[in-house]
Structures are given as structure tokens and as C-alpha cells.
Design a protein around this ligand. Structure first.
Ligand code: C2E
Ligand code: MG
Ligand code: MG
Ligand code: MG
Length: 289
């Protein structure tokens, strides 16, 4: 009925518990030592400037290499780390790792950026402002190399605290992006409240851009909104050439998705830089239609 986990906690298994709950309890216990055990890695997924095909930067995506389960995707463990508060330490590690990578890539391609996802517990933590400054200082890189991605939930948890911290961070030249834009209840009000530089149109809209007149109109509206408010617009989750072409025609600034590049090991991204961005040719053939 009970099982001792790696970190010494006892997890009680009730017969009526669902497998999903059991997994969650195990993951929760295993997460306690995952950071010191060196089980976290970052993957990076390129962001491409759609008008030219140029590499703009990458988004850093956290991966947990679990000793028995293999790679656990972030959707399965980030919520747990947010509950336990472990996200603060893990997020600090991810930030430093991402910033140190972009510092070295900028020697190959100046102006490259790295986007780092930030949770509510991080942005409302007093230490976060210092963490960002320390990460930039120890890598010796300008604040403009870093974009913080925040979702609606993150911005609405403690908006006053978030705003205070974001203003301090922005003094370093760090940019702010609203992730999964359009999925929230009051997305437009964030644009007024927070010093936003970029919006990322959620994949759920991008996937319908060539199939649904409604999604097409919504994506177009966000692109136009971005232009009017001087916000950079990113389309995430571009999976085929038709979607890419539609977004290029609308004048969307940046794109990200499996059709351009899959998330990859940071070591491989250096090769992509040296090849001038593998997605370039695909984009060039688009602009000749
Ligand atoms: P997100 O920030 O919206 O990240 C984009 C997700 O879409 C990534 O999933 C990426 O692999 C996936 N993706 C990219 N292009 C495509 C595509 O063309 N098709 C499809 N189907 N998917 C695509 P991933 O890596 O599993 O990350 C999921 C979420 O986990 C992220 O969503 C983000 O909210 C969170 N996350 C990832 N890394 C971190 C982190 O370091 N800190 C925090 N707080 N959250 C993170
Ligand atoms: Mg993101
Ligand atoms: Mg996103
Ligand atoms: Mg998303």
C-alpha cells in the first residue's frame, strides 16, 4: 500500500486512486532532487523573421530527463513545480542556462535573442529581478538579448507585483512577450497595463489559419493590432507551408513551429546559425508566389 520514493517520502497508494494521480505523486517526489541530479536540459526552438527568413533567436524549452521515464514534457511537471515552489530554483537555472547560451551564439550572430518562459511564482518573487540581472551580468550580455514570455495567468496572479518587477527588469533592456495570446479572457487589457513588446499568437489559432475563416480573421486582427500598437507579432506552432504562406501574406513579423524548425539541442543550434538558418530556402520560395 505504501512505497518509499527516491527522496525518502512515503507515498500512500489508495486502491481507488487513478493512475494519473499516482504518476503525479511520483513525479512530485522525484522532482525534489531532479535539479541537483542534473536531470534538466533546455531545448531551443528557432524564431524566424518571416519577411526575410533570417534567424531572430530561440525560445528555451525546459526538458526533464527522468532516469526511468525518459523525457518528461513540461506540461506534465511545470504545474507540479509551481505548486511546490520548486519552479523558482528550476526557473533560475533555466534563465542562467538560456542567457549563457545566447551570449555564446551572439559571437556567431550578433543580435540573436533568447526567449524564456516565466511562471507566476517567479515574476512575483522579489528575488527574480536580481536573478535576471545576475544572469545577464555573469554571461556579459546586454538585456536586449533576453525576452521574457508570460501568459495571461502569470500576469493576473498578482498584477501589481508583476508590474513593479517587470518595470525594474525592463530598465535593463529586457523585452516582454505575452505568450499564448488570445486564449485568455482579457488579453487586450494586458497590453494597456503592462509594458509589452511582443505578442505570440497561440498555436490553436495558427492551426486554423488556412482551414477556418474565423481563425483566419482572428490571426489577421492580431497582426493588424500589433502593427497599430507597434508590437512585434509572433505566430507559434506553424506546421505546414500553407500556414506559413498565409502568415507571410498577412505581414506577421516572426514565426515558430515544426515546419520551420523543431525544438533542438542547443549544440545543434550553433550548426543552424552557421548554415544561415535551414528554414531560409523554404521562406524564399514562398515570397516568389
Ligand atoms: P509555450 O511557451 O507556448 O511553448 C510552445 C510549445 O509548443 C512547446 O511545447 C513547443 O515544443 C511546442 N511547439 C512548437 N512548435 C510546434 C508546432 O509546430 N506544433 C506543435 N504541435 N507544437 C509546437 P513544450 O516544449 O512541450 O512546452 C509546453 C509549455 O511548457 C510551454 O508552452 C510553456 O508554457 C511551458 N514551459 C516550457 N519551458 C518552460 C520553462 O522553462 N519555464 C516555464 N515556466 N514554463 C515552461
Ligand atoms: Mg512560450
Ligand atoms: Mg507559446
Ligand atoms: Mg502555447
Amino acid at each position: 500500500r505504501a512505497k518509499r520514493t527516491g527522496s525518502g517520502q512515503v507515498v500512500v497508494f489508495e486502491p481507488e486512486m487513478h493512475a494519473e494521480q499516482l504518476t503525479r505523486l511520483e513525479l512530485r517526489a522525484d522532482l525534489q532532487h531532479a535539479l541537483v541530479a542534473g536531470q534538466f536540459r533546455l531545448d531551443v526552438q528557432p524564431l524566424v523573421r518571416l519577411a526575410t527568413g533570417e534567424l531572430e533567436g530561440v525560445e528555451a524549452l525546459l526538458r526533464w530527463h527522468h532516469p526511468r521515464r525518459g523525457i518528461v514534457p513540461p506540461d506534465q511537471f511545470i504545474p507540479i513545480t509551481e505548486e511546490t515552489g520548486l519552479i523558482n530554483e528550476i526557473g533560475r537555472w533555466a534563465l542562467r542556462e538560456a542567457v549563457s547560451h545566447v551570449a555564446s551564439w551572439r559571437r556567431l550572430l550578433p543580435g540573436l535573442t533568447v526567449s524564456v518562459n516565466v511562471s507566476a511564482r517567479q515574476i512575483t518573487d522579489d528575488r527574480f529581478v536580481t536573478d535576471v540581472a545576475d544572469a545577464l551580468d555573469s554571461a556579459g550580455v546586454d538585456g536586449s538579448a533576453l525576452t521574457l514570455e508570460l501568459t495571461e495567468t502569470v500576469l493576473t496572479t498578482d498584477p501589481a507585483k508583476a508590474l513593479t518587477n517587470l518595470r525594474l527588469i525592463k530598465k535593463r533592456g529586457v523585452r516582454l512577450s505575452v505568450d499564448d495570446f488570445g486564449t485568455g479572457y482579457s488579453s487586450l487589457s494586458y497590453l494597456r497595463q503592462f509594458p509589452v513588446d511582443q505578442v505570440k499568437i497561440d498555436r490553436s489559432f495558427v492551426s486554423g489559419v488556412t482551414r477556418s475563416a474565423q481563425d483566419n480573421a482572428l490571426v489577421r486582427a492580431v497582426v493588424d493590432l500589433g502593427r497599430a500598437l507597434h508590437l512585434e507579432v509572433v505566430a507559434e506552432g506553424i506546421e505546414d507551408v500553407e500556414q506559413l504562406q498565409a502568415l507571410v501574406r498577412m505581414g506577421c513579423d516572426l514565426g515558430q513551429g515544426y515546419h520551420l524548425h523543431r525544438p533542438m539541442d542547443p549544440q545543434l543550434f550553433a550548426d543552424v546559425i552557421q548554415q544561415g538558418g535551414r528554414a531560409r530556402s523554404a521562406l524564399m520560395s514562398t515570397s516568389s508566389m
